[in-house]
Design a protein around this ligand. Structure first.
Ligand SMILES: Cc1ncc(COP(=O)(O)O)c(C=O)c1O
Length: 439
């Protein structure tokens, strides 16, 4: 076979010319021309990357304090347990128990890799063989394709559960009937349905899976020996749905729990959870992700294969100190929620004024919104054109729909935590001006 880059392996061929994100180049362009009210008032405002800029300063100051008032201990300089330093694992397990999961978490059931992406790659390697299929309800996080596919060769199946946002409401639409259909379809194609992957709060819809629903899905997965993984990376970035200004968007009064509680009840080798500090703790650059599983063989295998993915000891040490500071953590988490809430309200009020349908979120940093009324025709090309036109005319960069794999054209993700509140306000005014003119 002729290959374009003969010095590279066959499997690395696409990597030499395909950026990991479709919006990478344009994001770089925007980053070189960032908005500043004084120095660059017409600059770009990127709202495409899921980062928490609302809390980054607060965390940075705290990390400054930690590193300036504590001596780096000896263990930080050497190798540690590949699954994570045992003392830090205890602290992280306690933190998860108290704040994220609200149920007992043993330090033996958690292990660390360098960010959620590394956890995704390292842990899915242990439960799949090349060509196995991961089923993900669409729309979903584009990078799953990369993180699961590039090295582990896991095929992504996008389960289409709905067409329009109005059909969707704020309730997760996956059910066991749909899952049975996918299982049959994949069996007829001789494909191996190995993982069902849910994200809760979800990327990009911001919905959460309620307890009964998750339990039914977990039971179905266990019966069919399919691994169910719930990614709770946005678990502590939730919206107050009892706020009277938005409460009517949430008619369901269901109970929401961390998947860890369902895992604890069932103690199955097929149920696992992912978490990372990147989002709730505004620290995507620190690279700290967590696998939680009660599958002992899997945790052993994780430890024996995790060396290339380990979290640096310096980062583990700093988080070990940070997470023990109860007072700070409680205040930080409250402030995070209140800032997210304020920015979320600003964004959805503008979307309502513009008559742009969106999914009311329960958590996460973003809103999944339907701009299809502005498409020149119903196609992926028109969707990309619109996304680019919005950017070229307003400087506001949304996350393109491509890669989320939703069947309807014209939907984009808007990350309301990607910039401070005042900058979001400017971005929204620019969008309103441009889109009102387009109508
Ligand atoms: C659902 C989901 N999983 C994983 C990640 C990657 O997280 P990390 O930066 O910890 O690798 C992201 C980042 O956007 C995400 O949204």
């Amino acid at each position: 076979m002729d290959v374009k880059f003969p010095s590279l392996s066959k499997r690395a061929q696409p990597l030499a010319e395909t950026p990991a994100r479709v919006d990478f180049e344009i994001f770089m362009e925007a980053m070189h021309n960032l908005y500043c009210p004084i120095k660059n008032p017409n600059g770009a405002i990127p709202l495409n990357v899921a980062e928490n800029k609302l809390m980054a300063d607060k965390l940075r100051l705290k990390l400054n304090e930690i590193t300036q008032t504590n001596d780096i201990p000896e263990w930080v300089m050497g190798y540690t347990d590949p699954i994570g330093n045992p003392e830090v694992r205890k602290v992280v397990a306690n933190f998860m128990e108290e704040h994220l999961c609200h149920c007992p978490i043993s330090e033996d059931s958690i292990g660390f890799s360098a960010g959620a992406s590394a956890v995704i790659e390292a842990s899915s390697f242990l439960i799949t063989d090349p060509g196995d299929v991961v089923v993900i309800p669409a729309p979903s996080y584009p990078m799953y394709t990369h993180d699961l596919g590039v090295k582990n060769n896991i095929e992504r199946y996008n389960l289409q559960t709905h067409y329009s946002i109005e059909e969707f409401g704020s309730i997760a639409p996956v059910n066991t009937k749909l899952l049975n259909n996918v299982l049959k379809e994949l069996q007829t194609k001789n494909k191996n349905f190995k993982i069902l992957l849910l994200t809760s709060p979800d990327n990009p819809t911001g919905i959460k899976y309620e307890k009964d629903h998750l339990e039914r899905i977990a039971n179905w997965c266990m019966e069919n020996k399919i691994h169910l993984i719930v990614n709770e990376i946005y678990g502590l970035s939730t919206i107050d749905t009892s706020d009277t200004r938005i409460m009517k968007s949430y008619p369901s009064k269901m109970e929401y729990v961390s998947f860890a509680q369902i895992m604890l009840d069932r103690k199955s080798n097929y149920l696992h959870m992912w978490y990372a500090f990147s989002k709730d703790f505004a620290s995507s650059g620190l690279r700290f992700g967590i696998l939680h599983s009660l599958n002992e063989a899997m945790m052993k295998a994780f430890g024996n294969s995790n060396i290339p993915h380990m979290v640096s000891n310096l980062t583990q040490w700093v988080f070990g100190i940070l997470l023990k500071d109860d007072e700070f953590i409680k205040n930080y988490l409250l402030e995070n929620k209140s800032k997210l809430h304020k920015s979320y309200l600003l964004l959805i009020n503008a979307l309502k004024e513009l008559n742009i349908p969106f999914v009311p979120i329960r958590g996460s940093f973003f809103v999944w919104a339907d701009f299809s009324q502005f498409l020149i025709n119903d196609s992926k090309e028109a969707e990309n054109k619109l996304w680019l036109e919005i950017y070229r005319n307003t400087g506001v960069l949304l996350t393109p729909g491509t890669g989320f794999e939703h069947q309807k054209n014209g939907l984009f993700r808007i990350v309301f935590s990607a910039v401070k509140y005042d900058h979001l306000n400017v971005a929204i005014r620019r969008l309103q001006g441009y889109l009102n003119d387009r109508k």
